[in-house]
Design a protein around this ligand. Structure first.
Ligand code: GDP
Ligand code: MG
Length: 631
C-alpha cells in the first residue's frame, strides 16, 4: 500500500481547517454538496468559536495513493496530543497567514515537528487578501525553516489557489512510512510484532474507548487480543477501521496506516495518549518488545473549583462531570473537602484539573451546554509540591491554598514554570520585558524574525548594543523567549500582553518543570472570619501588595452592611493589610409615608436589635458572585 501520512500545523486561525476542506474536496473524499466550511471541526463549540479542539484524522485517496491527514488544534494546551499526532506521521505542512506572519504557535509547532524528525513543507496562506504580505512572509518563513524563499508554497486555502500543487508536493516530499524497528524484520511483514501508537481517543457508549492509532510495526486485525503497555490493560478489537472522516469499519490495519480500534474498555483513563498497543500473542513470542518512544503521563496543571449555581444541582453536576470525563479523560475532578472548602456562599463543589486555561473554558462550556449545568468557576491555580521539615513525611501536592500545611512544617515549596514564546513588533520589546519581569519572569532570548539578509547586518552591531539596535528598527518583528512561573502565566498574562502590544503580540507556553519558590499562604478575613476559598498561595515578596489589591477589590464588590465590616489579609496569623467597609446609612422607614410614629419607632428598634445581633455573630452576607469576580 502506497501511503503518505501528514499533519497541518499552524498558529490558531491561520487556515488549517480551511486547507483541510480543500484537500477533502480535491480528493473527492467529501462530496461538494456535503461540504461546509471547516468540515473537520465537528464539535458545535469548535464551529462556533472557529477553533479546532479535537484532532480529526481523515483518509483520502489521490492519484493511486492513500493520504492520511490529521488536522490539529493549534493551542498550547493540547501540545502533548499534537506531539503524538506528529509522531504518527512523516510530514507536516507548516502554514502561516500572509497577513500575520510567523507567530508564537508557529514556532512552538515547528519545534515539535523538528523533534519528531518530520519533513516540513512551509506554506504561506491567505495570499488572496489585499493586506497579504506574500513576499515578506515567504522570506520570514524560509529563514525560519532554513530553505530558499522560492521553496515556500503560496496558497489561498479559501479560494483553492495553489492547493493542488501543494498536495503534489506532499506526495513527492513526504516519505512513505517505514517500519521503524528493523530488528524484528525476518522477511515476512506479518511476522513483525505489532506496535501501534495511540495518538488520541474517543468514547462511545456502545463500543467503549475508541483508540485512534497509527500502526508502526506489524498488522492489527479485528478480533485480535491486544495489550496497552503503559495502561497495562487488555482488550479485544471489537471494530477496526479508517476515518473517511466518519468511522468506516474494515478488517484490519497494517504498518503505516492510520485508523481506529474500538476496545470496549469503559474506563478511558486506561487508554492513554502516547501508549503503545501490542498483541498478546506477540508478547509471548517476542519478549523484548519496546514501547514506542515519547509516552508521557499527562497531568492537569491548572486547577479551579466548580460550583453549581444552585446547590440542588450538586448531584446532577457530579453526574455530568462523570460523563464528560469519559469523553475527556484529561480533566480530573474530586469533590471539595467538606470541611475546608465548603463555603457559606459558594456551597459544595468540585476541584477540577485541566491542561490549561482554554481546556478549562471548554470543559465549563460543555458542562453548561451539553449537560445543562449552571456553574461558576473560581480563580484558577497551579499545583504546588510541598516537602516537610520532617524528612520522614512524604511530600504532597497541593492545588488549593487551604491545603497548604502550616508554615512551620514546610520544608520547601516548588511550583511549575513555563517557557513562554512571544512574537511581537520590536517596538514593544521594552513593554514586554517589563510585563514579564512583573510576572516574576525573565527574557532568555530575543532575535529578529527578519529575512536572512537583515540578520547579517545584525552581526555588525556590537553585542553590547544588540538590544538597542533591535528596538531601534521599529519595522522588525521579534521572537522572544522567556521563563516565568506558570502561576503568573495562567492568570491574565496573555490579556495583558495583548493590551500592551496593541493586539500585535502572539503567545504560546510550555511547561519546563518545577522550581523552588519563596511562597506563602495569604488568607483573607471578612469581619474576622477566615474565608477559605479566598486563600491564595503567593510569593512572600509580593504578599503585601497582593493582599492590599484583594482587599481593595473586595471593598468594591461587597455590599454595605448596616455595620462596618473589617477586611483583613494575613500571613500565618499575622495581619498584613486591612480595609473597612463603612456601614450603610439605611433608613428602614423610608418606604413609610405619613405619620404613624409608633410603627416607625418599632422598626427603628428592630433595626437596633438587628445591628446588635449582626455585630455579635459577625454575619456578613456575601453575594455568591463576589468569589468569582475576585480574580
Ligand atoms: P485554523 O484555526 O488554523 O483551523 O483556521 P481556520 O481554517 O478555521 O481559518 C480561520 C479563518 O481564516 C476562517 O475565517 C477562514 O475562512 C479564514 N481563511 C482560511 N484560509 C483563508 C484564505 O486562504 N483566504 C482568506 N481570505 N481567508 C482564509
Ligand atoms: Mg482549525
Amino acid at each position: 500500500m502506497d501511503i503518505r501520512n501528514f499533519v497541518i500545523i499552524a498558529h490558531i486561525d491561520h487556515g488549517k481547517s480551511t486547507l483541510a476542506d480543500r484537500f477533502l474536496e480535491l480528493t473527492g473524499t467529501v462530496e461538494r454538496r456535503e461540504m461546509r466550511a471547516q468540515f473537520l471541526d465537528i464539535h458545535p463549540l469548535e464551529r462556533e468559536k472557529g477553533i479546532t479542539i479535537k484532532m480529526q484524522p481523515v483518509r483520502m485517496a489521490w492519484q493511486g495513493r492513500i493520504l492520511n491527514l490529521i488536522d490539529t488544534p493549534g493551542h498550547a494546551d493540547f501540545s502533548y496530543e499534537v506531539s503524538r499526532a506528529l509522531a504518527a506521521v512523516e510530514g507536516a505542512i507548516l502554514l502561516v497567514d500572509a497577513t500575520q506572519g510567523v507567530q508564537a504557535q508557529t514556532l512552538a509547532n515547528l519545534y515539535l515537528a523538528q523533534q519528531e524528525g518530520l519533513v516540513v513543507i512551509p506554506v504561506v496562506n491567505k495570499v488572496d487578501l489585499p493586506s497579504a504580505e506574500k513576499e515578506k512572509t515567504m522570506e520570514e518563513l524560509s529563514a525560519l525553516v532554513g530553505c530558499r524563499p522560492e521553496d515556500v508554497y503560496a496558497i489561498s486555502a479559501k479560494e483553492g489557489t495553489g492547493v493542488e500543487a501543494l498536495l503534489s508536493a506532499v506526495m513527492e516530499k513526504v516519505p512513505p512510512p517505514s517500519e521503524k524497528i528493523s530488528k524484528y524484520r525476518n522477511g515476512e511483514m506479518a511476522d513483525a510484532p505489532l506496535r501501534a501508537l495511540v495518538f488520541d481517543s474517543k468514547y462511545d457508549r456502545y463500543l467503549g474507548v475508541i483508540a485512534h492509532v497509527r500502526v508502526v510495526d506489524g498488522v492489527l486485525k479485528k478480533g485480535d487480543k491486544i495489550h496497552f503497555m503503559a495502561g497495562e490493560t487488555g482488550a479485544e478489537v471489537l471494530e477496526i477501521g479508517v476515518f473517511t472522516p466518519e468511522r468506516s469499519p474494515g478488517t484490519g490495519l497494517q504498518y503505516g496506516e492510520i485508523g481506529y480500534v474500538a476496545t470496549g474498555i469503559k474506563e478511558p483513563a486506561r487508554v492513554r495518549v502516547g501508549d503503545t498497543i501490542t498483541r498478546y500473542i506477540d508478547i509471548s513470542k517476542y519478549r523484548d518488545i519496546e514501547p514506542l518512544p515519547g509516552y508521557r503521563e499527562i497531568a492537569p496543571v491548572v486547577f479551579a473549583s466548580l460550583f453549581p449555581e444552585n446547590q440542588d444541582a450538586y448531584e446532577s453536576m457530579r453526574d455530568a462531570l462523570g460523563k464528560l470525563h469519559l469523553e475527556d479523560a484529561a480533566f480530573t475532578f474530586t469533590p471539595e473537602d467538606a470541611g475546608a472548602q465548603t463555603h457559606a456562599f459558594a456551597g459544595r463543589g468540585f476541584r477540577a484539573g485541566f491542561l490549561g486555561l482554554l481546556h478549562m473554558e471548554i470543559v465549563a462550556e460543555r458542562l453548561r451546554r451539553e449537560y445543562g449545568v449552571a456553574l461558576a468557576l473560581s480563580r484558577p491555580s497551579v499545583a504546588f509540591r510541598v516537602t516537610f521539615q520532617d524528612k520522614h513525611k512524604e511530600p504532597i501536592t497541593v492545588y488549593s491554598a487551604v491545603r497548604l500545611p502550616p508554615a512551620q512544617e514546610i520544608g520547601d515549596i516548588t511550583e511549575p514554570w513555563a517557557r513562554v514564546e512571544m512574537v511581537a513588533p520590536a517596538r514593544f520589546l521594552g513593554a514586554i520585558t517589563s510585563l514579564l519581569t512583573g510576572a516574576e519572569g525573565i527574557i532568555t532570548k530575543a532575535e529578529t524574525l527578519a529575512p536572512l539578509e537583515t540578520r547579517v547586518t545584525d552581526m555588525a552591531v556590537p553585542a553590547s548594543r544588540w538590544d538597542l539596535s533591535l528596538t531601534g528598527r521599529a519595522g522588525d518583528r521579534l521572537h522572544l523567549e522567556g521563563e516565568a512561573p506558570l502561576r503568573e502565566v495562567i492568570v491574565d498574562f496573555y490579556d495583558r500582553l495583548k493590551s500592551i502590544s496593541q493586539g500585535f503580540a502572539s503567545f504560546s507556553y510550555t511547561l519546563i518543570g518545577y522550581r523552588t519558590g519563596d511562597l506563602v499562604r495569604l488568607d483573607i478575613l471578612i469581619a474576622g472570619e477566615e474565608q477559605p476559598v479566598l486563600g491564595e498561595v503567593v510569593p512572600r515578596a509580593r504578599a503585601y501588595d497582593i493582599g492590599r489589591q484583594r482587599l481593595a477589590a473586595l471593598k468594591e464588590l461587597l455590599p454595605k452592611e448596616l455595620f462596618a465590616v473589617a477586611l483583613q489579609a494575613s500571613i500565618a496569623g499575622r495581619i498584613i493589610a486591612r480595609e473597612t467597609i463603612p456601614a450603610a446609612k439605611k433608613d428602614v422607614t423610608s418606604h413609610m409615608y405619613g405619620g404613624d410614629r409608633t410603627r416607625k419607632m418599632k422598626l427603628w428598634k428592630k433595626q437596633q436589635r438587628g445591628k446588635k445581633r449582626l455585630k455579635e455573630t459577625g454575619r456578613v452576607t456575601i453575594p455568591p458572585d463576589v468569589f468569582f469576580k475576585l480574580r
